[in-house]
Design a protein around this ligand. Structure first.
Ligand code: NDP
Length: 496
């Protein structure tokens, strides 16, 4: 099928109770970052429209079949969604690529497989989870059941819209909840189509509703709506702080999956060819825009010169281009603002003593597209802005260290603590590092391996809460303890 077979909607609005809903809100453009051209537009949901979506989700929760279905029935729908997403992968990939500039090959091979897997993973999970029973107190049996919490607000970012929003959706609805999704204003196109497909796959109307609009308008109205029971947010740390404070007014629990400035630590004892491949993938895949990017590359001093030369040569050789093209390795950044932000870091780095090793300029030959050259700097120490702030682009900061303790100290000297990477074939080094690193995930001799069964989330300013089967079950369900006596115990009689 050719990409021209896919229809790009003229305007997208909300999706409420299984129906498109085009409100009267401000119309805002949806851009193609590879060209800066407008490819569609969306209608921004104001507070009243957000209210309709939340009410629809509440109705589906209170009166609809979804929370009352047997686990078998819910599993069947989740597995059907898995199939339908894969069947429609070419269309979803096209829309995602058009609107985000993420390289098509990565969307097809990583994002869409992951989006489909999220639903089948939670289908499997709910088929195996069990209630707890306590019988230690003689004469009583206490069963702890888990019930869905109600309506979840899901706020999704722009750097991997399908993969990340599908995780939020699957992990909330699998346990019988309903939800309202708000994608980023920058990247609503593919998520809107995915949510239509959920209904086509058999999800009852109203279980997943969609609103579109800017964070401070639509997102804020959603997070503060009194009928919301949980907020799941993926995005920047500052926004996360604000969202948590807003949700706290209604005593609504949040999970926050935030940013990172992850250390990718390369020892001389590593397989250096693999470490080099891993370091390049860690910072340049997904156009450098990923929370788990290995953006601080710490290299043992005795191999620094050699590693740096090879890293820079490969970075310069990266194939920039049309994200739809098969040969492209690096596409445009998601927005002009993000491009300018990345370039500003490159411009300021020398004043802080950094050596620019590669890139640092807009990439020529792409018209008005938001392309940045693959960039690498050598920082004198970990105090520079490029070693401390999340840049969120194809921008590697290299640092050197002499000892394991120094590597640990540099890696942990960060406001963030999402993931870290260790490259070494020396077991005592690996053990020391994995025990000492203050991050939610440590990857050893592998660039990224997301094990959905294991918790994912950050220490420190990288987040609150975790994502995994059990972590999501805990977050998206309420516990209820039911105590039943096993015989008629004598009761103290009052007023006799
Ligand atoms: P945001 O954190 O603003 O975007 C994430 C989501 O939050 C978007 O849907 C956004 O909507 C929404 N949002 C913004 N403000 C509010 C609000 N007041 N109430 C409810 N929702 C809101 O990302 P930025 O564009 O500001 O990115 C800044 C930095 O965050 C990046 O440079 C990067 O460092 C980091 N980031 C990290 C991500 C991750 O995966 N951990 C993902 C994205 C960004 P809208 O976009 O429509 O305004």
């Amino acid at each position: 099928m050719s990409t021209t077979d896919f229809k790009v909607p003229v305007c997208i609005g909300s999706f409420i109770d299984g129906q498109p809903h085009l409100g009267t809100g401000t119309r805002l453009p949806i851009l193609n970052p590879a060209t800066d051209h407008t490819v569609s537009e969306f209608s921004e949901a104001q507070a009243d429209e957000v209210g309709l979506a939340v009410t629809g989700s509440r109705r589906a929760f209170e009166q609809g079949p979804w929370p009352r279905m047997s686990v078998d029935e819910r599993q069947a729908v989740l597995r059907s969604i898995h199939q339908v997403l894969l069947q429609n992968a070419p269309e979803l990939a096209y829309l995602e690529c058009l609107n985000t500039g993420i390289v098509m090959r990565e969307i097809e091979q990583r994002h869409l497989r992951r989006a489909a897997l999220n639903f089948s993973f939670f289908a499997d999970y709910i088929g195996q989870s069990s209630d707890a029973v306590y019988r230690q107190t003689q004469g009583y049996t206490t069963t702890v059941m888990r019930e869905p919490v109600g309506v979840a607000a899901l706020i999704a970012p722009w750097n991997a819209p399908l993969a990340l929003s599908s995780m939020q959706i699957a992990s909330s609805i699998a346990f019988g909840n309903t939800c309202v999704v708000k994608p980023s204003e920058q990247s609503p196109l593919a998520v809107a189509r995915m949510i239509e497909l959920l209904c086509e796959a058999g999800l009852p109307p109203g279980v997943v509703n969609l609103v579109n609009g800017r964070g401070p308008v639509t997102g804020q109205a959603l997070v503060t709506h009194p009928e919301i029971n949980r907020v799941s947010f993926t995005g920047g740390t500052e926004t996360g702080r604000h969202i948590m404070a807003s949700a706290a007014q209604n005593l609504v629990p949040c999970t926050l999956e935030l940013g990172g400035k992850s250390a990718n630590i390369i020892f001389a004892s590593a397989d250096l060819d693999r470490a080099l491949d891993g370091a390049l993938l860690g910072i340049f895949s997904n156009n450098g825009q990923q929370c788990l990017a290995g953006s601080r590359i710490l290299v043992e001093r005795c191999i620094l010169d050699d590693f740096m030369a090879r890293f820079v040569a490969r970075a310069r050789a990266l194939r920039l281009g049309d994200p739809m093209a098969d040969c492209t390795e690096l596409g445009p950044l998601a927005s002009r603002a993000q491009m300018n932000r990345v370039l500003q870091f490159a411009q300021q780095a020398p004043a802080e003593g950094c050596t620019l090793l590669a890139g640092g300029q807009p990439a020529g030959g792409f018209g008005s597209g938001y392309y940045v050259q693959p960039t690498a700097v050598l920082a004198p120490d970990n105090r520079c802005s490029v070693a401390r702030q999340e840049i969120f682009g194809p921008f590697a900061t290299l640092l050197s260290f002499d000892t394991e303790d120094e590597a640990l100290a540099i890696a942990n000297d960060s406001e963030f603590g999402l993931v870290s990477y260790v490259w070494s074939d020396h077991l005592p080094t690996v053990t020391l590092m994995t025990e000492g690193l203050r991050t939610g995930v440590v990857w050893v001799n592998t660039p990224m391996m997301r094990e959905l069964r294991a918790p994912f989330g950050g220490f420190k300013n990288s987040g609150v809460g975790r994502q995994s089967g059990t972590a999501c079950e805990t977050f998206f369900t309420e516990e209820k303890a039911i105590t039943v006596p096993t015989r008629a115990h004598p009761l103290r009689r009052l007023g006799v």
